[in-house]
Design a binder for this molecule. Structure first.
Ligand code: NAD
Ligand code: IPM
Ligand code: MN
Length: 383
């Protein structure tokens, strides 16, 4: 089969620091599994590129990235002085735009953010049932609050009005909710294969082995809430084996902290999914271990993008303190995703996942540098 090509965009702040560790692992995996795999680094998008060129990335950036099978991104966001609050916020709006352009340009309409409290990961919740946390938050990644429509009227006057429009289409609602049900089924099958079971009650008292929880704010944001609810209820008839559940987003936040082990698959809108997944990251050990990906499951000619949930972490950038674990789990997911091109990638992805998880299990509690963690995972891959 043809070479699998990855575009690597390290980005800003701790992005390049954690990406370096991922590249070291990829080099070892290529050797060990004889992968027909290649990668190419890009200095954009990044804040430095913006400073030098006056734009976040070249005009033909999407064309260039479109030639690759996947994109591995560190993080974006100006790592400059956080003390100068205004400058920080203004530079953020230019240096983050390309992230949304890439997601939109390649129609990466699914954002998958699993939250599992793996052995060794820091347990923030005192309740020991936290050890059973194992959920997948699916964030709608193509529209909603992120359409960037609206504007500022009478700007600079005391009568200014800012509008920020949210758009929810039936098409995008249906595909993301269906994706949620399909993932719930797939997770139940995987649990069965590992001789694990989980039980979820439906409202009418039946017991199912998987669940989808839909999150909305339908009591206040009615039009979107009604659309999501109607699509969800209609589709649930096609998946009688999957228990369904609905939470308002404020209550969902409460229950994520109070009883996160009760969730299986969670489907949320773009912004609400963004917020819920920082919370879910902490439930599963913190930003340093939380993977993420932006997928286009419908068009295999479009590259999907793999990046951790965390950002450029300006508060710890340049100190070698960033935990690369999230990036390594994310890279493992990328390899698994690339199995559609070359089945051997799945084995390499599993090896990277297992080496990273084993390292976490052994050393999770210790203070280690970015390089130490990366080297320890590499050592496991060599063994
Ligand atoms: P952040 O995720 O960068 O950091 C939040 C906190 O988590 C910080 O205290 C940070 O030190 C810690 N943290 C994050 N990653 C870590 C890691 N790997 N190891 C150890 N600690 C880690 O969020 P923020 O501070 O709100 O944002 C910083 C910048 O990143 C902003 O410009 C923001 O817009 C951007 N951002 C980018 C992405 C992305 O590119 N995908 C995602 C989120 C935020
Ligand atoms: C994320 C980030 C981005 C988002 C920002 C940096 C635009 O927070 O990937 O979670 O809001 O999607
Ligand atoms: Mn976020």
């Amino acid at each position: 089969s043809a070479t699998t090509n990855i575009a690597i965009t390290p980005g800003d702040g701790i992005g390049p620091e954690v990406v370096n560790q991922a590249v070291n692992c990829l080099a070892l995996l290529r050797q060990r599994f004889k992968l027909d795999l290649d990668w190419h680094p890009f200095p954009w998008p990044s804040h430095r590129w913006h400073q030098q060129h006056g734009e976040s990335m070249p005009a033909d950036a999407l064309e260039q990235l479109g030639a690759f099978d996947a994109i591995l991104l560190g993080a974006l966001g100006d790592p400059g002085p956080v003390t100068d609050h205004n400058r920080y916020l203004l530079s953020d709006s230019v240096s983050l735009a390309p992230l949304l352009q890439i997601r939109k340009g390649f129609d990466q309409w699914v954002c998958e953010r699993p939250a599992r409290l793996l052995p060794g990961a820091r347990q923030y919740l005192a309740d020991d049932r936290a050890r059973d946390i194992d959920m997948l938050v699916i964030r709608e990644n193509s529209e909603g609050e992120y359409v960037s429509q609206g504007g500022r009227l009478r700007q600079g006057t005391p009568h200014e009005v800012a509008t920020q429009i949210e758009v929810f289409t039936h098409f995008a609602s249906e595909r993301i909710i269906r994706y949620g049900f399909e993932q719930a089924r797939a997770r139940a099958i995987r649990r069965q294969q590992h001789h694990q079971t989980r039980q979820f009650q439906t409202l009418d008292g039946r017991v199912c082995d998987s669940q989808v929880c839909l999150v909305t704010k339908r009591n206040a944001l009615r039009y979107w809430g009604d659309l999501y609810t109607e699509v969800f209820e209609r589709m649930s008839l096609e998946y009688p084996d999957v228990a369904t559940h609905h939470e308002l987003v404020d209550a969902a936040c409460m229950k994520f902290v109070q009883s996160p082990w009760a969730f299986d698959v969670v489907v949320a809108s773009n912004l609400q999914g963004d917020i819920l997944t920082d919370l879910a990251a902490v439930l599963s050990g913190g930003m340093g271990v939380a993977p993420s990906c932006n997928l286009n499951p419908t068009d295999p000619t479009m590259p999907s993008m793999f990046e951790p949930t965390h950002g450029s972490a300006p508060d710890i950038a340049g100190q070698g303190l960033a935990d690369p674990t999230a990036m390594l789990f994310t890279t493992a997911r990328m390899l698994d995703w690339l199995a559609h091109k070359d089945p051997i990638m799945a084995a390499a992805g599993l090896a990277l996942f297992e080496a990273t998880a084993a390292d976490l299990a052994q050393h999770g509690g210790k203070r280690r540098s970015t390089a130490e963690i990366g080297a320890a995972v590499c050592a496991r891959l060599k063994a």
